[in-house]
Design a protein around this ligand. Sequence first.
Ligand code: NAD
Ligand code: IPM
Ligand code: MN
Length: 368
Amino acid sequence: MTNAAPKTYNIVLLPGDGVGPEVTRAARDVLAVIGDFYGHDFQFSEHLIGGAAIDETGEPLPEATRAACVASDAVLLGAVGGPKWDGGKRRPEEGLLAIRKAMGLFANLRPLQVSPVLAHRSPLKKEIVEGVDLIVFRELTGGVYFGEKTRTADRATDLCEYTVPEIERVTRAAFQTARQRRGKVTSVDKANVMETSRLWREVVTRIHAEEFPEIELEHALVDSMAMHLIRKPREYDVILTENMFGDILSDEISVLGGSIGLLPSASLGAGGPGLFEPIHGSAPDIAGQDLANPVGTILSAALLLRHSLKLEDEADSIEAAVAAVLAAGAMTADLGGALGTRAATEAVIDAIRAIHWAAAHRVQMHWA
Ligand code: NAD
Ligand code: IPM
Ligand code: MN
């Protein structure tokens, strides 16, 4: 133990709407315990986004929230949206898109590992999903999400646009990750129909040839990919794709692991703070009932520690605790369990304590 003052990290919390506040609270409680154990000073500040921000200020992303996020060490977000704001002048989702853009978060990483103890929770056959270990690299600040939109009474358009540099940067990030993993990238597009996809395929092919020739690259069309992901998900390592295809395929992939409530994500840019959030939405059907699975957000907090704060051991211990809790059968209702959000969070916190007790005990034995 050193007597140095603990390092301070400024973490912005954006609880948002629906189950957002419940799952954000869970991840915050877990981070606070990690801070105590490892001697870090995590300073949390909460800000408005989404529907909650519209209700308070009229804006889905108030300027104070944007400023706090860009000045932080990392941002943890719950979810935005809900029926309450349907048909309103401003949409909660605008706030999420605007903060991703403002922070320059062009790469959204969505990892999925199916553990042997959870394989039977998937509606798919155990022998298909067992051992799945993949990561989606979803481009996050381009494509149809950010193209010009037009609307008249009887006509609407959404422009899908990509530039070469936008494709290059997320492609490099995906290949670099493939190098640390099993060395395979599957790039997903719709090059038989879309011009943006033909450019995408061209750029990915060139970056591969010039910079990552040792990595295996395959191209897949998004429609058949949706089928292959259900038929043979173990074959995939890194899946690289544009914004909307990544959004859709990652929800599909979540079924392999048993519940969308399990999946975390990290949104990263060229430097600066990252934003971390579960892949699920505000789940209005279960909001405010202590029913939401907090694991996706707790694992997002682990990604926050690893990617933004560079606290690898701390991230590992959250992931080990979650794995231990799930292996012990302590689960929320979406996985067939009986625990509420708060009890599941307490189970993870107890597991972190147990892991630390065991580690301290081992050190003592070693010294003796
Ligand atoms: P959703 O992900 O909110 O819910 C889909 C289904 O999954 C629901 O049945 C829900 O109960 C269940 N579910 C989701 N998270 C869960 C969890 N943690 N534990 C247990 N079950 C969970 O998707 P939706 O219903 O299509 O969208 C609802 C709202 O959320 C919409 O307004 C949408 O725009 C928004 N949304 C926000 C985000 C985000 O903030 N990142 C992501 C997706 C959707
Ligand atoms: C997600 C969500 C968002 C998206 C919505 C809420 C804007 O579905 O984070 O996956 O489409 O990116
Ligand atoms: Mn989505």
